[in-house]
Design a protein around this ligand. Structure first.
Ligand SMILES: *Cc1c(COP(=O)(O)O)cnc(C)c1O
Length: 439
């Protein structure tokens, strides 16, 4: 495999774009490669600028749950474009989208469309602060809620990859209102709420954390948060930007049978176009302008191309057996990977829920950010490189999820397990049992 064109494009990109990428997670720095530049993608396959083909497990970081360039999604976008790409007045498409999302996501009475997950979380916390008349927020270490000022504290995703604890440029005066606690540590939340609960506007959480690799909530964690929020009059915000429409039609809140006060959505809801949304109980959402006094706006919000792609994708999720198929594929892959690791004698902690998962290069179970950080990132870097060579595209960071779509075929999964078997052998040869060395 050659990457000449990707390398040339990257060099050129670096002259005009900081780090050559428009989002830091696309950089290959953490895994010691320069990024591959995409040319096309179809179904589960991605083709790079040099013509190399990969089985893709990034899926644009989550949106592509039905695979790339699904004919129904492409037709919807094409059809919409012919009618004009933006109007600045409402459309029937926005009504259809809102109606569908409210029907699918259990806790929503009303929803507002924005253009990214970041906008969704920023708007939701503003609304929570206004509604409660409080300033303090609680989030969890390793959870990522977009790059808004108030939420860039001990965050996951690219910050975890690059080892950035917070960000310069966020005023201390603002950051002091965000407390970050260990994920899955209900005792810590109880302790903090006991002290400052009356000042807490909201607890925001990824119901299944998917930006520090994948970390599942312990059984008591989410119900405990719900109870504490009720007790102290704080709002519970589920950031379902990844889990929404991914774990079930109604997201994690459907799976766990828990109703948050506000929900943030993104990724799948746009079907590969830039969309986010936030919604919740009617009396809270009624505080938004023009009904209420909380301001949030967007020139391109509810954009007809984006609504069309999103609606077409959401309609595909309604097919019978959609999530069962995803689960089967993901379970098959997870089993294959676990067996490959065992055969190679490399210790991997594989966390998975439905079609998202992560194999951490550590012998210990991963239940929070601290345990995720025990992973051997050198071993992951080699794994990434060996998989890339074999035509399997994984996230270029240990602290990200793999995403499976309905377009992943049996052959893709088998090729992936085969490649992983070889790649893990390489790791064994180079590092021995990498997770042991660190202890
Ligand atoms: C991706 C993500 C965001 C941010 O969404 P953008 O569209 O990248 O702004 C927020 N929260 C979670 C859980 C995410 O995974």
């Amino acid at each position: 495999m050659k990457w000449d064109l990707s390398k040339k494009l990257y060099e050129e990109a670096c002259q005009f774009i900081p780090g050559g990428v428009n989002s830091p997670v696309r950089s290959g720095r953490a895994v010691g490669v320069s990024p591959i530049f995409a040319r096309t993608a179809k179904g589960s396959h991605l083709v790079d600028a040099d013509g190399n083909q990969y089985v893709d497990y990034v899926g644009s970081w989550g949106p592509m749950i039905v695979g790339h360039a699904h004919p129904k999604v492409v037709a919807a976008v094409r059809g919409a474009a012919l009618n004009g790409t933006s109007y600045g007045v409402p459309t029937e498409l926005e009504v259809a989208m809102a109606r569908k999302v409210v029907a699918m996501v259990p806790s929503l009475d009303m929803v507002r469309m924005v253009n990214s997950g970041t906008e969704a979380t920023m708007s939701a916390i503003r609304l929570a602060r206004a509604y409660t008349g409080r300033k303090q927020l609680i989030k969890f270490d390793g959870c990522y809620h977009g790059h808004g000022d108030s939420l860039l504290v001990k965050a996951g995703s690219g910050l975890a990859t690059l080892g950035i604890p917070g960000s310069p440029g966020v005023p201390e005066e603002l950051a002091q209102y965000t407390l970050s606690l260990p994920y899955n540590d209900l005792e810590a939340v109880m302790e903090v709420m006991g002290r400052v609960g009356e000042a807490v506007a909201a607890i925001i959480v990824e119901p299944v954390a998917a930006n520090m690799g994948v970390v599942l909530p312990k059984a008591e964690f989410l119900p405990g948060l719900r109870k504490l929020c009720d007790q102290y009059g704080s709002l519970l915000i589920f950031d379902e930007v990844i889990t929404g429409f991914r774990l079930a039609r109604g997201g994690a809140q459907e799976v766990f049978g828990l109703l948050p006060d506000l929900t943030c959505l993104g990724k799948i809801i746009g079907g590969g176009l830039p969309v986010g949304a936030y919604g919740g109980k009617r009396d809270i959402m009624m505080r938004m302008a023009p009904l209420g006094d909380v301001y949030q706006a967007g020139t391109l919000s509810g954009n007809p191309l984006a609504m069309s792609a999103g609606l077409a994708t959401l309609e595909l999720l309604e097919q019978d057996g959609f999530y069962e198929t995803l689960e089967e594929k993901a379970a098959y892959l997870a089993k294959g990977l676990t067996q490959a690791a065992a055969a190679a004698g490399v210790e991997v902690a594989l966390n998975r829920m439905g079609s998202i998962g992560c194999g951490f290069f550590t012998a210990e179970p991963v239940s929070d950010f601290a345990s995720a950080l025990k992973s051997d990132t050198q071993a992951y870097a080699l794994f990434f490189q060996e998989m890339l060579k074999r035509g399997i595209y994984l996230a270029p960071s240990q602290f990200e999820a793999f995403f499976i779509s309905t377009a992943h075929e049996q052959d893709d999964l088998d090729r992936t397990v085969e490649a992983a078997t070889e790649a893990l052998q390489q790791i064994k040869e180079k590092f021995g049992a990498p997770s042991r060395k660190k202890r």
